[in-house]
Design a protein around this ligand. Structure first.
Ligand code: F0G
Length: 446
């Protein structure tokens, strides 16, 4: 049962078929180049694209824009303390700003950082410090068909092997990303969190949780982990985050805002160092690149994030999309994650070879067929990575309804029906940095 009703609406329109084909061509077969107005259902990302509540809009109007000592910052501090259990907060303009502040204070040249799976920006910030980003996913994390309740978990065994190779003194940070965005949004158990905390303690590393989607993760714990069925989302979140020494947060996810982020730490010395970096890169530590009104809205958003009705609607809507796609015979990563359903494009378009980007071809066909925008996370985005060609359908929070979900399923089914007629793509123009190619490269049908 839905835990909210609509109070404000935005008109959307499905351009006709000829227009969609022309838009696709003009965008160089890269949906990042489309105008959002030309998109009917936008599943590009769940980051900063959700709807705020009436309480958040009210807080926005009361935002305190003082440069130093803003009341809105105090509200954020209080919310992070109450919801996440951390007292020392350094705001940042978004998650990657927080990563720059935190990892710059903790990681140095030649170090290694261990993570269940690094999200792209995390990997880039680790590399930017001259360090190596090492993934320690569990068996099956990248297998769309493997069974598992917590396929996002961290393999302490793999992590220990790496520490044995490089020496504990070269591993200053261990990160747990909850949920694990780069492993199909799969959750991490509290039990694993405890083990990772003990492991980090053992090798004298700082234990960081990337908490972007912490409440979705808590919902899965409540559903799947023995002993948590009657525990509130708020309590699970407090317990799980409580094992960490520091948090890095993109408020654009479960801060339920359109912009913002922060670092939260336990240690006073690290707090000082983080604040100094924040002054350099983000802004004075009581605003950190955010407007006061956005701090105020994020403070309210964090409290709403752990509301059971809110998070149940959210995760169950994603699951509903996954169920409907599977029922329609679409190959999807199973089980669905907390924020997105991942379609196995290699299987859906078996005639398109990996070198011709089946994922990107599917993304283009979803737009051509139904004005749906998704994102490729396969050979086009991660050249040479040995991963299945997945396409992510990320649902913005509190935004779309069942009709939109049905439209997405019908669109995928229609593309699957004419799969043998879908052409592969080739790159005609790409930026210098291969890691960033999927944001701006231009392609054409082969
Ligand atoms: N960490 C994780 C796990 C993320 O998913 C993201 C962003 C970030 C850090 C960086 O946060 O965007 O506020 O700078 N993920 C978005 C996505 C972009 O579409 O998955 P940011």
């Amino acid at each position: 049962m839905r835990a909210y009703k609509t109070k404000m609406v935005e008109r959307i329109e499905l351009p006709d078929r000829e227009e969609r084909a022309a838009n696709l061509e003009a965008a160089g077969y890269n949906v990042f180049n489309l105008d959002a107005d030309d998109v009917y259902v936008d599943l590009l990302t769940d980051s900063g694209t959700g709807a705020m509540s009436d309480e958040q809009w009210a807080a926005l109007l009361r935002g305190d824009e003082a440069y130093a000592g803003s009341e809105s910052f105090r509200e954020l501090e209080a919310a992070v303390g109450d919801v996440m259990g951390f007292e020392n907060v350094v705001p940042a303009h978004q998650g990657r700003g927080a990563e720059n502040v935190l990892y710059g204070a903790l990681v140095g040249e030649g170090d290694a950082v261990l993570n269940n799976t690094h999200f792209d920006t995390t990997r880039a910030h680790v590399a930017n410090q001259g360090a190596e980003a090492v993934d320690c996913p569990v068996e099956g994390a990248h297998d769309p068909d493997a069974e598992g309740d917590f396929k996002g978990d961290f393999s302490v065994e793999r992590a220990r092997e790496h520490v044995d190779r490089v020496g504990a003194e070269n591993v200053p940070v261990v990160v747990l990303t909850i949920t694990n965005n780069s492993a199909a949004g799969q959750p991490v158990s509290v039990e694993t969190t405890r083990e990772v905390a003990a492991f980090a303690d053992d090798i004298d590393a700082t234990f960081v949780i990337d908490a972007c989607r912490f409440a979705e993760n808590a919902y899965f714990v409540r559903e799947r982990e023995p002993g948590y069925g009657d525990t509130s989302i708020a309590e699970i979140a407090r317990e799980q985050l409580g094992y960490a020494d520091a948090l890095v947060m993109s408020g654009k996810k479960e801060g339920l805002v359109n912009a913002g982020g922060f670092v939260a730490v336990e240690d006073d010395d690290l707090f000082e160092r983080a604040k100094q970096r924040a002054i350099l890169y983000e802004g004075f530590p009581t605003y950190g690149g955010m407007a006061g009104r956005d701090l105020a809205a994020m403070a309210v958003g964090l409290r709403e994030a752990v509301d059971l009705g809110r998070v149940r609607d959210r995760v169950e809507q994603v699951r509903d999309l996954g169920d409907r796609l599977r029922d329609a015979g679409i190959p999807v990563y199973w089980p669905p994650g907390g924020h997105a359903v991942y379609v196995d494009a290699g299987k859906l378009l078996p005639d398109v070879p990996t070198g011709q980007f089946p994922g990107q071809a599917l993304v283009c066909e979803l737009y051509r067929e139904g004005g749906v925008r998704a994102v490729e996370l396969g050979e086009f985005a991660f050249p040479g990575a040995d991963r299945p060609d997945l396409v992510r359908l990320a649902l913005p929070r509190r935004t779309y309804g069942r009709e939109h979900v049905e439209h997405v399923v019908e669109t995928l089914a229609a593309v699957q029906d004419r799969a043998d007629a879908v052409a592969g793509l080739e790159v005609v123009d790409e930026p210098e940095m291969a890691e960033l190619r999927h944001f701006s490269a231009r392609l054409r049908p082969v």
